[in-house]
Design a protein around this ligand. Structure first.
Ligand code: ZN
Length: 336
């Protein structure tokens, strides 16, 4: 995978490379699946590729190969699931102080091979308070040759003091035609399938990659829509049944539920877009546009967002889904 579009971000990093002047601390910011990790890997290849055939790495030298396999000594990836030495495995979603201590220790050893050791902190918006403070302390005297990169999809969760110290690089969604060209270059799908992937991806190259590699995701996406449709068209009694099912599933499959609610928001987004871009073809028929007005669809997006937020803040899941059931407008001819 390579970064596509996002010329500002790429040119910025290339210039830094040409001038050999890097910040100690970067934040790569953009929605999930926009390509933050890919850009970070491109950056590491830029710094370490031994053949300069392509400015962002040749992809075939020893270093490029190792980096692509995440098997390069001077590239260290950390996320909330990274084991912390001396503590039992923890299923916490947070990046904790133990992680920062490990980073600190490793950074102080310096790079092994190259000039720089790069620390990629994935979903860095999950740093807890203690870890944030420890990281700020680390930044006060950054170990020589270390570059820290936070990959972040929610800036509002980071300390302002951390934000203000970072060089921020923003990544944005691609245009549909860019995604389409990318799929055509890499895969052999027919026109209709490509159109479906493009629509599913919503400008996010990471999503296009996921579904291109595993086309059955399109079918799951459709099933997700069917569940949303059923939910919206149900009377309260049935909604509360669905609420109970969602809540039960949430206990064992949090990410699955977040994905489901995100899909539901995407469907609403598409319905609103359709209102402005008449020629937009839907992957499948969005009957909901007959059920709700655009105003109501907007309201539903806000309700879904709030539900996700409340779940992330550990509200009681059954309560969250019950409130959601009550808040999403009920239609008069609902199935009872
Ligand atoms: Zn190379």
């Amino acid at each position: 995978m390579r970064t596509i579009g996002n010329d500002n971000a790429i040119n910025y990093l290339k210039n830094a490379y040409r001038q050999n002047s890097f910040a100690h601390f970067y934040i790569f910011y953009g929605p999930e699946h926009v390509g933050k990790t890919t850009l970070a890997y491109d950056f590491v290849k830029l710094l370490n590729c031994t053949s300069k055939e392509n400015e962002f790495g040749c992809e075939s030298c020893e270093n490029c190969k190792k980096i692509n396999l995440n098997n390069y000594y001077d590239l260290i990836c950390v996320n909330s699931k990274t084991p912390i030495e001396g503590t039992s495995t923890n299923s916490s979603d947070q990046i904790r102080i133990g992680h920062i201590h490990q980073i600190n220790h490793s950074a102080n050893l310096g790079p092994f091979i190259g000039k720089y050791k790069i620390f990629l902190i994935e979903n860095a918006h999950n740093l807890n308070n203690e870890a944030s403070n420890a990281f700020l302390k680390l930044l006060e005297e950054p170990p020589k040759g270390s570059i820290f990169i936070f990959l972040v999809s929610d800036l509002s969760k980071l300390y302002p003091t951390i934000l203000s110290r970072a060089q921020k690089i923003v990544l944005s969604e691609l245009r549909n035609v860019q995604i389409e060209d990318w799929i055509k270059q890499k895969y052999d799908y027919d026109h209709e399938t490509i159109e479906k992937i493009v629509q599913f991806s919503q400008g996010l190259l990471g999503k296009a990659f996921l579904v291109s590699e595993n086309i059955s995701l399109l079918e799951e996406y459709k099933e997700s829509y069917n569940r949303f449709y059923e939910f919206c068209n149900s009377a309260m009694s049935n909604r509360l049944n669905i609420s109970q099912k969602l809540s039960t599933r949430f206990r064992t499959d949090r990410n699955g539920i977040y994905q489901e609610l995100n899909n539901w928001m995407n469907f609403c987004d598409l319905i609103i877009k359709k209102n402005f871009e008449k020629e937009l073809n839907f992957i499948f028929d969005f009957d909901l546009k007959k059920t709700y007005s655009i105003m109501e669809i907007n309201k539903i997006i806000i309700i879904l967002l709030r539900s996700i937020n409340n779940l992330q803040n550990n509200a009681n899941s059954r309560l969250v889904f019950d409130v959601m059931s009550l808040d999403i407008p009920e239609k008069q001819n609902s199935v009872r």
